[in-house]
Every structure is written in C-alpha cells, then in structure tokens.
Ligand binder design. Structure first.
Ligand code: BG6
Length: 462
C-alpha cells in the first residue's frame, strides 16, 4: 500500500495524559492531597456522576501492562505528568521515596520498550497545602514550584530529555479564577491576571534551573492550548474583537514563553483597566532570558469571535468577556458527541503562525482528540468502532502534513489520550482514548482507532 501522507523520519507518534487523570492511588503510596482530592471531598456533586480522582484507570498499579499496549500500537513517545503532591507531599520539603521509585520504574519501562517519555511538571494539580497558602497568587508558591522542578530534573534528568513546565497554564486561570470550573472557584479578573503572571514567572524559573542542570540533549518547553481566533467578518469591530480574544487566550502565554515578552497591547489593556499584576524586580529579565526550546500545542477547536453586542457592566469584575463575544458560526462542522466545533485547518493555521511569528520554534501537537459521550453505543464485536475518531485524526494529520511541507517545524502528534481517563469535573463523561477502560474492572480494550494508529505509526504515514 502506498503512503500518500508520509511524515519526516523520527516523527513522534504517541499520546498524552496526566498524573491525576490516570494514576489513581490518590491516597496511596505516600501521596499528599492536591486541590482535586480536596475539592472532591468538599463538593463531590460538582463532578460528573459524583466520580472523583480516585477512580482512574490505575496506571499506578498497571503501568507495565499499559506500556506494553503503547508499544503494541506503535508509540515511540508518551507524555505523562509528575504529580507534585506525590513526589513532594505538601508541595515543599521532603521527597517521597515511594514516588521516586514509581516514576523511576515508569521511565525505565518506557525506555526499555522504545517509548520516549515526555515529562510535564504541572497539569492542573496544585498540592492542597500550597493552595491554602494562596496557590499561584502567592510568590512563595512560585519558589516552591522552582524547588520541585529542580528536584525532578535531578531525579529523572539522566533519562528524560523532553521536559515541560506546564500543561495549558491558562486553564487554571480560567477555571479557578474566572469561570468557576476549577478549585478555588474564584471569579475575579484581577486575581486571574496575577495567577497568570506568577505561572509565567514559575515557568521561567524552572527553565533557568533546567539550564544549569547537566541534561544531555535536554529540551524544555511548555504546552499551550492554542485556540485560533477567527472573526465573524472583516468588519473592523469584528477584527478587533478577534485580536483581543487572541491576546487574552493565546498570546498571554505564547508571547512570553516563546518570545520572552508580553504583547505591548495586552499590557496596555490591563493598564488602562487597572489590572496590572504585582511584579518583582528582575521578573521581566527572567522571562526574557528563559524562553522555551520546544512548544507543545494542544488543539481541539477554534474560537469564533464577533464584536461585543452589549457594553460591559462597568461595575462587574474585570473579565476578558468585556471585549468580545464568542459566536456559533452557522454551518460549522461539529463533533455531535461533545458539542465542540471540528475545524481541522486550525492546526495548519497555528503552525504557520508559529513559523511566521514565533521563530519557527520546534513544536509538536501535544494534544488533539475527539471526546465522545456514551461511547459504548458504538460497541460492536467487543470493540468500540470509532471510525469518527479515525476520520478526526486523519483529517488533522493531513493539515499538519501540509504545514510540514511548507517548512513548519512540527515534530510529532500526540492524541489525547492513550486510554479513556478521568477528566476533572467531567470525570468519565467524554471518552477520548485509543483504548477503552471498564471503570469497575479496569479491563482495557483497544478501539478500532488503536489498530489504525498502529499502522500509521509503523508506516510513518497513511
Ligand atoms: C485538555 C486537558 O484540554 O482537555 C485534559 O489538557 C482534559 O486534561 C481534556 O482531560 C479533555 O477535557 P474534557 O472536558 O472534554 O474531558
């Protein structure tokens, strides 16, 4: 069979997940409490069907079996995150040796099976004690994070060369400080800005430390959910609204992480509205000097934007929503099982933007995927027949391939996710994996897409 879409040699085929979402053992192995454990304790009804972070696929106990499955479907890379509260219960101080053992075993097992670990340090999971100290609003938490990062580099940097400081750092800002879908459920634009800024300082500190460690061929970066903004029309008001959405939701992290500077326009908007964060001497230089080597791009859906129809409430809290409205473009293609728009070309637009405006930084698709509710309805002959997911991946890959043909520096594609996992407030509502998991028995079963990706990875194309 000929391969029409051939990817460059050494292309990274794999998938991504995070500690809280797959490890399980939330109260075992010496792990401390994180904000998810706490939130579930106090408000279990906020979680889909009341299912909390203890109910995962139990990678903590089953990682060997899972790594064999990764190998079987042709993965050469896999992204996982370290749980901060597992490695350092309480967030600072003594390292938990049981956690060191666990992560060592996982890393060694991955390497022994030809799967390169991509390790992320923070995927929404603040140790609870540090949240009590103010979480990302607090400068002392930034220092605790830097110490944690240093510990992780020293413990695992002899074998792990791809490191990421944060996954989607804007999501805890949105969820925790603007729109009430993460703990601590604050709705306050000014505090959100402070959290965003401190996260970026924490990122830069970790990068700075990384560069003093002797990690051979090591690269460090960040994973951002980039959501290209498309204006409703070429009318100047719509164009402006779309630019502002881009400033808040993409460039607020992309510019400082890759270019080392915040967009002047974003600073102006914040200054004009009295929302600038507190900073310390040297922060600007720190961010400037410690830009990312590599960028992970999570892409799910575009943002359709139009000019504001109603003036903002001048007495309400400062919100990005003051400046633009999202809108549903008529005729757009939808994922009927999750309610998100599917716009495959978005992946190409992101890559071209990185090439033209961000020095063509080395990048890869670190998450892309199709969530499906009640996926068991597609069960036939003992396997989920997820042809819709195969189409989804294939069509996105075509655009990624096109971007690479045009000189974009994209090195790989990771699906979200390897195996259906627990997902924050949505718990098991939306399934994304190459494998399904029976939440009770923990039995893993490949979906049709697992067989498909095996072929694609082995042929390095399709
Ligand atoms: C990504 C996150 O943005 O979306 C994951 O990095 C999350 O952690 C995924 O699980 C899917 O989210 P949801 O809400 O559709 O389950």
């Amino acid at each position: 069979m000929s391969v029409q879409y051939k990817f460059p040699e050494g292309f990274w085929w794999g998938s991504a997940t995070s500690a809280t979402q797959m490890e399980g053992a939330a109260n075992a192995g010496g792990k401390g409490k994180n904000i998810w454990d706490h939130w579930y304790e106090v408000e279990p009804n906020r979680f889909f069907e009341g299912v909390g972070p203890e109910s995962t696929s139990d990678f903590y106990y089953r990682y060997k079996e899972d790594i064999q499955l990764m190998k079987e479907i042709g993965h050469n890379t896999f992204r996982l995150s370290i749980s901060w509260s597992r490695l350092i219960p309480g967030g600072r101080g003594e390292v938990n040796q049981e956690a060191v053992k666990f992560y060592n075993h996982v890393i060694d097992e991955l390497l022994a099976n030809g799967v390169e670990p991509f390790v992320n340090l923070y995927h929404f999971d603040m140790p609870f004690e540090l949240q009590e100290e103010g979480g990302w609003e607090s400068r002392s938490v930034v220092d605790a994070y830097a110490a944690y990062a240093k510990e992780a580099f020293h413990l695992f940097g002899d074998r792990v060369s791809k490191w990421f400081t944060f996954n989607e750092p804007i999501v805890p800002v949105e969820g925790g400080y603007l729109y009430d879908f993460h703990y601590p459920n604050v709705v306050d634009g000014r505090r959100a800005v402070q959290v965003a800024f401190h996260t970026m300082v924490a990122h830069a500190k970790a990068v700075e430390i990384f560069r003093t460690c002797d990690i051979s061929e090591g690269k460090i970066g960040i994973i951002l959910n980039l959501t290209p903004s498309y204006p409703r029309s070429q009318n100047p008001a719509d164009l402006r609204a779309s630019q502002i959405a881009d400033l808040f939701f993409n460039r607020s992290f992309l510019d400082p992480a890759v270019l080392g500077e915040y967009p002047e326009e974003l600073i102006e908007i914040l200054r004009e509205h009295g929302q600038l964060p507190m900073t310390e001497n040297g922060d600007r230089e720190l961010i400037k000097a410690n830009t990312a080597d590599i960028l992970g791009v999570n892409y799910y859906q575009p943002r359709r934007v139009k000019a504001k129809e109603h003036l903002p409430n001048p007495y309400g809290p400062f919100m990005p929503d003051w400046f633009f409205d999202n809108y549903e473009m008529p005729g757009r293609k939808m994922n009927p099982y999750r309610g998100w728009e599917i716009y495959e070309k978005g992946i190409y637009d992101i890559m071209i933007n990185l090439k033209e405006n961000y020095g063509n930084i080395e990048s890869f698709i670190s998450e892309n995927g199709m969530g499906v509710q009640n996926e068991e309805r597609f069960l036939e002959d003992g396997e989920i027949q997820d042809d819709y997911r195969i189409d989804f991946i294939r069509e996105h890959l075509k655009w990624l391939h096109q971007a690479i043909q045009e000189g974009c520096n994209a090195k790989g594609y990771h699906l979200w996710t390897f195996m259906d996992n627990w997902s924050w407030m949505n718990a098991y509502k939306n399934r994304y994996g190459f494998f399904s998991v029976d939440v009770k028995t923990k039995e893993r079963t490949p979906k049709k897409s697992a067989h498909w990706i095996k072929e694609v990875s082995e042929r390095n194309g399709f």
